[in-house]
Write a protein that binds this ligand. Structure first.
Ligand code: GDP
Ligand code: GDP
Length: 435
């Protein structure tokens, strides 16, 4: 499981700057999907081939008692409670403030591994700058510059050292797809899980040993195996699942990371919300195969059905690669087609693409439409091979490939997806230039 790092600190210490630096490499991998709203509060980071989730708790104020600041503080509290490690940021230029001390007092009680990060330390004497922060009682301060990047790599190596490396789980599993059912509160996730599990044989069920273990429920349906991943606080009580915890962004992100296929549940009786879009955006960013279940279809009339379809098209255009199924978790309608779509998306995400066919398709596509020149050079694409699965990664080799525009990358993606008839998975294209 990828560790979840949570950035904490008073306003202006540089949390978003560090967040952007940590998630930037990942952003470059995600061809810009039109319409994708990305919540800059959580993302995937990568340092030296290690991946992690990073959450920015902007607006965290432990003393606010009401209003929007209080709301944000509540969410930050939840993030702190669920973090694998906390990065507490302070400002080298301002020195230690009473506000820092209040936050530190809160963090000492959290009982989470905490790293004290002194930011904006570029060009300053580390020993001098960090001296006063020892008083916070959170261990040795680490000086960095988020804006310039100084020492950020070393900090991350230190933070990630204590977490076991994520194994690369690329092979298709005979136990079938690992499925995460995600969505905002009240869309019908627990109802759907109970419909899936309830009537079917639950093969084995283990309670987790530690909080870092996810609950997994293997089940069988129509002779096929699936493993359901616990999401967003769904817990089994007696024979049924219910949402016993409040909605958790971090648990949702972790479940998406662990899944092969994500079922995003939407509520047909409500407008599509920003939260729906954010969760969908994260699935795209994580490169997971996706099926969208538009739930509570039983409760809406034809007029409303038309409206919701338009609403989805307008607000979630970046999920166009997925199949949309109209279901009723409550009445058990549309469940079989939904599982068929899960099977299809899984197969697409796990396909093996032969090098000769990939190369032929690449050459066909570039002949049909040449990549545009960049400062006099035309990118030359020579051959392609598969670099990974779930999502399929296609590595294109050639020369002058550093400036292929996003629109052309999308054109190539579309060409590959269509040629291989891959539905339900995003695709990644990486370029390797030999000059
Ligand atoms: P947040 O409120 O904690 O998210 O802080 P921001 O990331 O928005 O940064 C607040 C201000 O500090 C911005 O003007 C940044 O440009 C600046 N800043 C962030 N990191 C550094 C740094 O490493 N060095 C310097 N000198 N300024 C920084
Ligand atoms: P969760 O918070 O996403 O787990 O949502 P729940 O499964 O707890 O469902 C929230 C509410 O929506 C409950 O009152 C359910 O009975 C209701 N609900 C769930 N699925 C359906 C459905 O397919 N049709 C209708 N009409 N109501 C549903």
């Amino acid at each position: 499981m990828k560790p979840t790092l949570v950035l904490v600190g008073r306003p202006n210490v540089g949390k978003s700057t560090l967040f952007n630096r940590l998630t930037k490499t990942r952003d470059a991998l995600v061809a810009d999907f039109p319409g994708l709203t990305r919540d800059r509060r959580y993302g995937l980071g990568r340092v030296a081939e290690r991946e992690f989730l990073v959450v920015d708790t902007a607006g965290f104020d432990p003393v606010a008692k009401e209003g929007i600041v209080h709301e944000m503080a509540k969410q930050a509290e939840q993030a702190i409670a669920e973090a694998d490690a906390l990065l507490f940021m302070v400002d080298a230029r301002n020195g230690l403030t009473p506000h820092d001390e209040q936050i530190a007092a809160r963090l000492r009680r959290a009982g989470r591994p905490t790293f004290l990060v002194v930011n904006k330390a570029e060009g300053m004497n580390r020993a001098v700058v960090s001296a006063e922060f020892h008083a916070l009682g959170l261990g040795d301060p680490l000086c960095i510059s988020s804006a310039h990047g100084d020492n950020v790599h070393a900090l991350m190596e230190l933070v990630l050292e204590s977490f076991p490396a994520d194994e690369d789980d690329d092979e298709a599993d005979e136990k079938g797809p690992r499925v995460a059912i995600v969505g905002r509160p009240n869309v019908g996730k627990s109802t759907l899980v109970n419909t899936l599990i309830g009537e079917e044989r639950v093969i084995a069920f283990d309670m987790p040993g530690t909080t870092r273990d996810a609950i997994e429920v293997p089940f069988e349906r129509n002779g096929k195996h699936y493993t359901l991943i616990d999401t967003a606080g769904l817990r089994r009580r007696g024979k049924v699942f219910e949402a016993v915890e409040k909605f958790s962004v971090i648990k949702t992100l972790q479940a998406v990371e662990q899944a092969n296929v994500v079922v995003l549940v939407l509520d047909a009786s409500q407008e599509i919300s920003d939260q729906d879009a954010h969760i969908g955006g994260f699935v795209v960013e994580a490169g997971r195969a996706l099926v969208v279940a538009v739930n509570k279809w039983d409760s809406v009339d034809d007029y409303r059905r038309q409206r919701i379809k338009e609403d989805i098209e307008r607000k979630l255009p970046f999920l166009g690669f997925a199949k949309f199924l109209y279901v009723s978790a409550l009445k058990g309608q549309g469940i079989v087609p939904m599982l068929k779509a899960v099977d299809g998306a899984y197969a697409a995400a796990m396909t093996k693409l032969a090098t000769p066919k990939l190369t032929r398709l690449l050459l066909d596509a570039t002949l049909k439409q040449q990549p545009p020149r960049h400062s006099g050079f035309r990118p030359k694409m020579r051959y392609a091979h598969q670099g990974g699965m779930n999502p399929p990664i296609i590595v294109v080799h050639g020369s002058a490939l550093d400036h292929v525009p996003a629109s052309y990358v999308r054109y190539l993606e579309r060409s590959f997806l269509e040629a291989f008839k891959l539905q339900g998975t995003p695709l990644r294209i990486q370029f390797k230039s030999s000059h």
